[in-house]
Ligand binder design. Structure first.
Ligand SMILES: NC(=O)C1=CN([C@@H]2O[C@H](COP(=O)(O)OP(=O)(O)OC[C@H]3O[C@@H](n4cnc5c(N)ncnc54)[C@H](OP(=O)(O)O)[C@@H]3O)[C@@H](O)[C@H]2O)C=CC1
Ligand SMILES: Cc1cn([C@H]2C[C@H](O)[C@@H](COP(=O)(O)OP(=O)(O)O[C@H]3O[C@@H](C)C(=O)[C@@H](O)[C@H]3O)O2)c(=O)[nH]c1=O
Ligand SMILES: [Mg+2]
Length: 303
């Protein structure tokens, strides 16, 4: 079968490309920049229609959480208008779309784990555009599987794991917020589950689901685990000091508790993602082997 993913260098797109490469039954096509830009979504939509995939995975998004506060129009163009255009292509072909969304649709002021029908109230512009994007996709085609995931890391692109390894190279102590709770998710685990869903006939499984790594932590707990694994494998290490969000000012205010309840996904699809600690260990070890943890994300404070 032919599976099309939007985005070419994103964490999830890269994971899908890597995992699908050896599979005989899946031909994976990635569409994205520089050829196609979601701010000009019509050519992208037409290219998708012309490619005639059996399923579309809508993974590309504007993901710079802080920068989105200052570039609301761009974030909206990509996450809402762009996502809608991708859904139009899937609708025109009559094929399912698997669209990715985020835990940041929740304000995080209430207690998690959040269920799919819990009240959404994004506190960031990124979260607001992702929520509007979900709604646009759902209104355009009933054949949608919307997956809200969280705290994604991988050997690819920019992410918190790479940032921690990078900072630990030059510092003895890292200060990391300990009052924001969530579920770290490996993009490779996510991609594995998505390819499995893509293979199955969808029928009555369309809808909205939460899908994230099993177990929960806060950012400092995540950092501590990353650096413990790194240290044990001869990589950079540092002491992690807990701080409050108030002591780590950022342009966008992150949710305090955006933990996701993944029960609905488990009941419907009969699987859950591995424990976040196990998957994080796999990714850290792989990064250490490759000697790679480049680039602190643009627009992020580099304390
Ligand atoms: N990262 C995270 O922590 C989380 C992500 N998600 C969601 O999961 C999905 C996948 O995220 P992830 O793989 O981590 O994202 P990344 O930030 O790693 O990658 C984003 C992708 O979107 C593409 N993109 C951004 N702007 C445009 C544009 N104007 N035109 C075309 N493509 C564009 C990028 O393209 P290019 O390759 O050209 O840079 C890149 O391929 C997204 O929908 C995201 O909202 C949900 C929860 C957590
Ligand atoms: C680098 C760093 C970050 N932090 C804090 C800032 C923030 O509250 C938290 C996480 O930082 P980041 O900027 O890496 O994470 P952030 O960009 O907010 O990650 C989010 O990205 C989007 C795309 C999503 O959809 C979310 O699920 C989530 O993964 O850690 C520290 O406390 N110390 C540090 O040294
Ligand atoms: Mg970030």
């Amino acid at each position: 079968m032919k599976v099309l993913v939007t985005g070419t260098t994103g964490q999830l797109a890269s994971s899908l490309i890597e995992l699908a490469a050896p599979l005989r039954d899946i031909e994976l096509i990635a569409v994205g920049r520089p050829e196609f830009d979601l701010t000009q979504p019509v050519p992208m939509r037409e290219a998708i229609v012309a490619a005639r995939p059996d399923v579309v995975i809508s993974a590309a998004a504007y993901t710079a959480v802080d920068r989105a506060e200052d570039e609301p129009a761009l974030a909206h163009a990509v996450n809402v208008v762009g996502a809608a255009c991708i859904a139009e292509a899937a609708a025109k072909l009559g094929v399912p779309i698997i669209h990715l969304s985020t835990d940041y649709v929740f304000s995080g002021d209430g207690r998690g784990p959040h269920r799919e029908d819990d009240e959404t109230r994004p506190g960031t512009f990124y979260g607001a555009t992702k929520l509007e994007g979900e709604r646009a996709v759902a209104s355009i085609t009933p054949r949608h599987i919307i997956l809200r995931t969280s705290w994604v890391y991988s050997p690819f692109g920019n992410n918190f794991v790479k940032t921690m390894l990078r900072l630990a190279e030059s510092r003895d102590t890292l200060t990391v917020v300990s009052d924001q709770y969530g579920n770290p998710t490996s993009a490779l685990d996510l991609a594995t589950a998505i390819l499995e869903i893509a293979r199955q006939p969808q029928r009555d499984r369309f809808g909205l689901y939460h899908l994230a790594g099993t177990g929960e932590t806060n950012w400092s707990g995540f950092a501590r685990h990353i650096l413990a694994v790194s240290r044990a494998n001869g990589g950079p290490s540092a002491t992690v000091q807990d701080i409050a969000s108030a002591d780590y000012p950022t342009r966008a205010r992150r949710p305090a508790d955006s933990r996701l309840c993944t029960e609905k996904f488990e009941k419907t699809f009969g699987r859950r993602l591995p424990a976040w600690q196990t998957s994080a260990e796999t990714v850290v070890r792989r990064l250490l082997r490759a000697g790679q943890w480049p680039k602190i994300p643009e627009g992020q404070p580099q304390v």
